[in-house]
Design a protein around this ligand. Structure first.
Ligand code: FPP
Length: 252
């Protein structure tokens, strides 16, 4: 997208802004490799990029971000990389709390918290507690998150209620399932952004992404700067969302 005028933040704000953006921060390792650096340097740089992404999204008026920081499959990575990432999460949630408070960011960690190292779990609880009163933007950080894992847990929870007689089969509908997810009380993502060149969903927000617009970019996450996000939102604004309805029917 080369239209520089369209990349002006104020111009973009005149159009529809996605309330909720989901982002898969991919390409950290490859970014580092092209610079002859260890993969971990890419993750480190990725944190700075995430802070910028949150700042620009807030300026645009985005209300929710869900960012994929560590998947249920990422445990299969070399131990050294997993340890580095866990240390990084611990450090960021400790050192950036004041930054999040200044920027009005409410941090919400989603995923299987039980498998995280206890030091990370502690920081996760703290950052959620300390930022819970912030209201400019909600940032869901998906940590040890998998869309299938999330849905399995919802099925178990509902099945238990059916067995206990707390629910009837006729109570099971989309609202009940949507209201049992980590993202309950939040709108589904309007836009999913995946930098890094891959064109996959990778077990991210499988239920919530049903009608999201998807924006793929070849740019590696550590290079996904302000203008990349503005381009993604600009492209979102050019699309007609129909939610399964007919063209021109105003789907929504
Ligand atoms: C995927 O790139 C990235 C990750 C698995 C980690 C993302 C984490 C961060 C950017 C840190 C964010 C920090 C907080 C506190 C939320 P990759 O390693 O798969 O890259 P590659 O495909 O090029 O190998």
């Amino acid at each position: 997208m080369n239209n520089r005028a369209a990349l002006d933040i104020d111009k973009i704000k005149e159009g529809p802004i996605p309330r909720h953006i989901a982002v898969i921060m991919d390409g950290n390792g490859r970014w580092a490799k092209t610079r002859g650096l260890p993969r971990t340097a890419g993750h480190q740089k990725g944190v700075a990029r995430l802070k910028e992404f949150i700042r620009v999204a807030t300026q645009l008026g985005v209300e929710y971000i869900t960012t994929y920081a560590f998947s249920t499959e990422n445990w299969k990575r070399p131990e050294k990389e997993v340890d580095f990432l866990m240390d990084l999460f611990e450090k960021v949630f400790l050192e950036e709390v004041e930054h999040f408070n200044r920027e009005g960011v409410k941090v919400n960690i989603i995923g299987n918290k039980n498998r995280l190292p206890s030091a990370v779990k502690k920081r996760v609880e703290e950052v959620m507690d300390v930022t819970k009163g912030n209201s400019r933007i909600v940032v869901n950080v998906a940590l040890d998150y998998g869309g299938r894992f999330e849905l399995v847990n919802v099925v178990k929870e509902i099945a238990q209620k059916l067995l206990d007689g707390e629910l009837d089969l006729t109570d099971v509908d989309e609202d009940l399932i949507g209201g049992s997810l980590y993202t309950k009380d939040q709108p589904d993502p309007d836009l999913l952004i995946r930098p890094g060149g891959e064109k996959r969903i990778s077990n991210f927000l499988l239920w919530q992404l049903a009608y999201s617009e998807v924006y793929f970019s070849d740019v590696y996450w550590p290079n996904f700067k302000k203008n990349e996000l503005l381009s993604a939102v600009y492209e979102f604004q050019q699309r007609e969302r129909r939610f399964g309805g007919l063209k021109g029917s105003g789907g929504e």
